[in-house]
Design a protein around this ligand. Structure first.
Ligand SMILES: [Zn+2]
Length: 383
């Protein structure tokens, strides 16, 4: 999905997470009304969701059931990955189709921190990582980045600003790990990252002249007159990348990690890593599923709206049963039964939703619907 390093940063930046995010009930009501305005048939729309398996995703699912009058088809896997092989079954279950993909990220309103969520059902109602799947994936990369920050050191070789770089970071015989973008750091690198001769060899690393552009970027005064200092946070996203070997025989199990792998340097170096990772995942999943939906014969000739975004799980306070989830739309793909197709970028998508009424008089009264099933229906199962 991410074609090159320059495009990664600009695509990530183009997914705005701002005050245009919608409270979930408001979002789903507008979504339902938008579907009706396009000729989707009330009572014949099968919603589907590709959400993570977290309990925090339950509230959005309940609201989808309430507004569309049908429990949403499960079109996803852990981490908000879309199961591309489920387009057919989803299409078989409704005249018209809606599919919502959302990666999710927790938010603690007290500390304004992204990536955590209060688990009210734990003994001490503690905060934990959210999305936990993304948090788990990031840990390996965070360790690699930390190692590089500590083991690329600034020092002087005579008067020359230089870098002492750990041999492991320089090794080309690795199949995975963190790799430096050598020409941004070392002077005299030629094409294909071919390193010049070092100025000196140390027991566990090599000393190279620092790239002129690096000296300009950091300022010559950053180099100590004696000893060495770690490069630390001055090692920015453009300075490194990761290679990861995926060995799982079921490649779909590594989909989330391979989605966010190219964006990992930007994820690790930004203010809210789990928010950035969820954003990168949604961007990649929308692109991946869009391509498969346009090719799916089962979906052809049907009304279908596919919409991707972020579920922001605002931690509940004691006494509340659900998160105050908000939705930040990213993009949508619309196809109609007459064969016409439309792609909507973030701003257009938000405008379309905003143009719809935020109430839905035909939404299901869930308690009443459940009571009807409990009280009045008793069907004997004949064997
Ligand atoms: Zn999750």
């Amino acid at each position: 999905m991410f074609s090159n390093r320059t495009s990664i940063a600009s695509v990530l930046e183009s997914f705005h997470v701002d005050d245009r995010m919608l409270a979930y009930n408001n979002f789903v009501a507008r979504l339902y009304n938008w579907c009706l305005s396009m000729g989707f048939m009330p009572g014949k729309i099968m919603p589907a969701r590709a959400f993570c398996s977290d309990e925090s995703q339950g509230f959005p699912i309940i609201l989808l059931a309430k507004h569309f009058g049908a429990f949403p088809f499960n079109h996803g896997r852990l981490g908000g990955i879309i199961s591309l092989d489920r387009h057919g079954p989803h299409a078989d279950h409704g005249r018209d189709l809606v599919l919502i993909q959302a990666s999710h990220v927790g938010y603690d309103p007290d500390s304004a921190e992204f990536g955590v969520y209060r688990r009210l059902h734990t003994q001490d109602e503690s905060n934990s990582c959210n999305c936990g799947k993304i948090g788990n994936i990031i840990e390996w990369y965070r360790t690699g980045y930390q190692y590089a920050r500590e083991n690329v050191r600034l020092l002087r070789h005579g008067d020359t600003p230089a870098l002492l770089i750990d041999n492991q970071l320089l090794s080309r015989n690795r199949t995975e790990g963190i790799f430096l973008v050598a020409d941004r750091l070392i002077e005299g690198v030629v094409r294909h990252n071919h390193l010049p001769p070092p100025l000196a060899a140390r027991s566990t690393g090599m000393v190279y002249a620092a790239a002129n552009s690096l000296v300009e970027r950091l300022g010559a005064a950053t180099w100590p007159t004696q000893g060495s200092v770690q490069i630390g946070p001055r090692l920015v996203a453009d300075d490194f990348f990761f290679v990861r070997e995926f060995v799982n025989p079921d490649i779909s199990k590594d989909q989330l990690e391979s989605n966010i792998l190219p964006a990992m340097p930007w994820i690790l170096t930004c203010k809210h890593p789990l928010l950035a990772a969820a954003r990168a995942n949604t961007i990649a999943e929308f692109d991946r599923a869009y391509r498969s939906l346009t090719q799916s014969p089962k979906v052809r000739g049907k009304n279908m709206l596919f919409l991707a975004g972020l579920n922001i799980d605002i931690s509940p306070y004691p006494g509340e049963n659900f998160p105050l989830t908000k939705f930040m739309p990213w993009a949508a793909y619309l196809q109609r039964e007459d064969g016409s197709r439309e792609l909507l970028e973030q701003d257009e998508l938000i405008e379309r939703l905003a143009a719809q009424p935020a109430d839905n008089p035909s939404q299901l009264a869930l308690d009443k619907a459940i009571a009807t099933m409990v009280r009045h229906r008793d069907v004997r199962v004949r064997l």
